[in-house]
Design a protein around this ligand. Structure first.
Ligand SMILES: Cc1cc2nc3c(=O)[nH]c(=O)nc-3n(C[C@H](O)[C@H](O)[C@H](O)COP(=O)(O)OP(=O)(O)OC[C@H]3O[C@@H](n4cnc5c(N)ncnc54)[C@H](O)[C@@H]3O)c2cc1C
Length: 541
């Protein structure tokens, strides 16, 4: 299923097929009440997804939120999946985006990760049906260049998303241009949680402010009840752990084992610092490699979100803050920085007995590709589909957990690729990342195939985890974008077959397409309703 990202929407039935037939809308007979613990983005997204599917079937959903534990308050970028989240809930961009100071995101620009000449910056595009016009040419040129042909194979010139981002255009075409452009968003994390909270209450979710001290277990080791600080006991048929890194139910109560990814993803800290909005409004996230990690720059309508994700094994919190402030020209600014700890890895069972973990409590891959909200959405949607079918037994748990684990591993491998293929060489941090041999076997085979000049399509297809996380073209984009090609001095002049495509024609196609898009800020001032036509699929295998 290498096509997971194709439509940025999917059915859990497709990816985690049930051995039980989907019956009529009978509802989960055994489940009449669900309690979600945690009121961060994970808690409210889960509440809305479950509410859409279960409230009409008579299931009661209650969300408990501690008055004393704050939400993490970061997480300002998304993948295109978030579009589908709002669409399925029937919430228009024109409603939620202004309330969250949100902007459009065409993709992520990676600056300074590679020192290979010509590849110092590359853009990971959110790929759209329009890219069908130029994707074959990109893949052809990339494969030919790996085999030694001197052809242009940097991804940036082949994708409409990069062109839009470079010109600060919104990924919303003119009415007359019949293409749907896939895009993500940037948003204020706190405002988004507040918006989702309001929507969930409107849709029948109950909310209570109380601090849960612990869970009691029954004889089978499942959760029997929750106990609050006020001494109250709360019971439900199903519990959802959205308590963030605390993992109150999934880890502290149920002792679910945890798999760390720290041996391949070194970053375990972040420092965040907002800066004022100025100038034209970008429609991209910029991720810039720094000395011991990388910095994000995320445009909102009223400010920039900035942060430095780094490894505490290589750099102290003070050093990181100073490096970030220097970079932002904010050494003397009074704005306080926020320091955060991150735990990178996942639990072995996201669904354990009568408890689902969602959000940071289930695991976290560092935020380089902004995938955390996508995990929340996929986990909750898949879970809702299991519940709808009443498919709740141990085989269902096993299928569900295998599916979510493969997704985690696939995204991990994609994120690891940025670090593993870096060519900075200026600090021990980057050298150790490049030399790291603990990467997964699937990734080693993929690199081996690429550097032999063979098509990586079969490799991506055969490794479920790699194929589930990103479409094949994203793998081409990162390997080509990081410049994993022979030394330019070893390249030969292309043969006529190799030089099949004219870059001038590709540039012209992209340029003519881009003429149908408008300035980002102007579009945000008058957000168009979602277009009626269904998403057409694209794809190059
Ligand atoms: C540096 C950084 C950058 C990130 N960037 C991105 C990004 O760009 N894109 C993205 O998708 N994600 C990103 N993330 C991840 C994203 O922030 C989270 O996945 C998202 O906010 C969901 O968090 P959460 O709801 O799981 O946890 P939290 O926000 O921590 O919420 C936990 C909730 O549980 C409640 N709680 C805790 N203990 C108890 C208790 N005992 N009783 C009752 N309630 C309790 C708290 O009150 C709170 O409401 C980033 C994360 C970090 C650390």
């Amino acid at each position: 299923m290498a096509s997971l990202f194709m439509n940025y929407s999917w059915s859990a039935k497709e990816l985690a097929p049930s051995s039980r037939p989907a019956g009529p809308a009978a509802g989960p007979a055994a489940v009449r009440s669900v309690v979600i613990v945690g009121g961060g983005t994970a808690g409210w997204m889960t509440a809305l997804i479950l509410a859409r599917s279960l409230i009409a079937r008579g299931v009661e959903i209650t969300l408990l939120e501690s008055p004393t534990v704050a939400t993490i308050g970061v997480g300002e970028g998304s993948t295109p999946w978030l579009r589908d989240f709002f669409f399925r809930l029937g919430i228009e961009e024109a409603e939620w985006m202004p309330q969250c100071n949100a902007t459009y995101k065409c993709g992520v620009r990676f600056d300074g990760w590679s020192r290979r000449p010509g590849f110092e910056s590359y853009f990971h595009p959110f790929v759209s049906p329009l890219d069908n016009l130029t994707m074959t040419q990109f893949v052809h040129n990339a494969e030919a260049r790996v085999r030694g042909a001197n052809l242009h194979a940097h991804p940036n010139r082949f994708f409409i998303a990069e062109r839009l981002a470079a010109a600060r255009l919104a990924p919303k075409p003119a009415e007359s241009f019949p293409f749907d452009i896939w895009h993500g968003y940037h948003f204020d994390a706190e405002l988004l949680a507040r918006f989702l909270h309001k929507k969930a209450l409107e849709r029948g979710v109950h909310h209570r402010t109380c601090h849960v001290t612990h869970a009691t277990l029954d004889e089978q080791g499942a959760i029997a009840s929750l106990v609050t600080r006020a001494g109250e006991t709360i019971r439900a048929d199903l519990y959802v752990d959205c308590t963030g890194f605390a993992g109150l139910l999934i880890e502290k109560a149920l002792k679910t084992p945890y798999v760390s990814f720290a041996d391949v993803l070194f970053n375990d800290r972040a420092v965040a610092l907002p800066t004022p909005a100025e100038g034209p409004l970008p429609s991209e996230t910029v991720s810039t490699a720094l000395r011991h990690g990388w910095a994000w720059k995320i445009p909102l309508t009223n400010r920039y979100g900035n942060g430095y994700v780094y490894s505490s094994h290589f750099c102290s919190a003070d050093e990181a803050e100073t490096e970030l402030r220097e970079r932002l020209g904010a050494l003397d600014a009074q704005t306080p920085a926020r320091h955060l700890k991150m735990r990178v890895g996942r639990v072995t069972q996201h669904w354990n007995k009568n408890c689902l973990a969602n959000g940071l409590s289930q695991g976290f891959i560092e935020p380089l590709e902004a995938t955390a909200l996508m995990f929340i959405q996929i986990t909750a949607t898949a879970f809702a589909e299991y519940l709808e079918r009443g498919d709740l037994g141990p085989p269902a748990h096993e299928r569900f957990n295998r599916f979510v684990n493969e997704l985690f591993e696939g995204v991990r491998d994609y994120v690891v690729t940025h670090f593993k293929t870096n060519t900075r060489n200026d600090t021990a941090y980057w050298r150790e990342n490049a030399a790291n041999e603990r990467i997964s076997e699937a990734l080693k085979q993929l690199y081996f195939t690429w550097t032999r000049g063979k098509s990586i399509v079969a490799r991506v297809r055969e490794h479920t985890s790699i194929g589930k996380a990103y479409p094949i073209v994203s793998w081409y984009a990162i390997l080509a974008g990081m410049g994993i090609f022979p030394d330019p001095r070893e390249l030969h002049a292309p043969t006529a077959t190799e030089a099949r495509y004219e870059m001038a024609e590709i540039d012209d196609l992209i340029e003519r397409s881009a003429a149908n898009f408008s300035d980002h800020r102007r579009v945000l001032a008058n957000i168009p309703p979602r277009r009626k036509e269904s998403l057409t699929t694209y794809f190059w295998w």
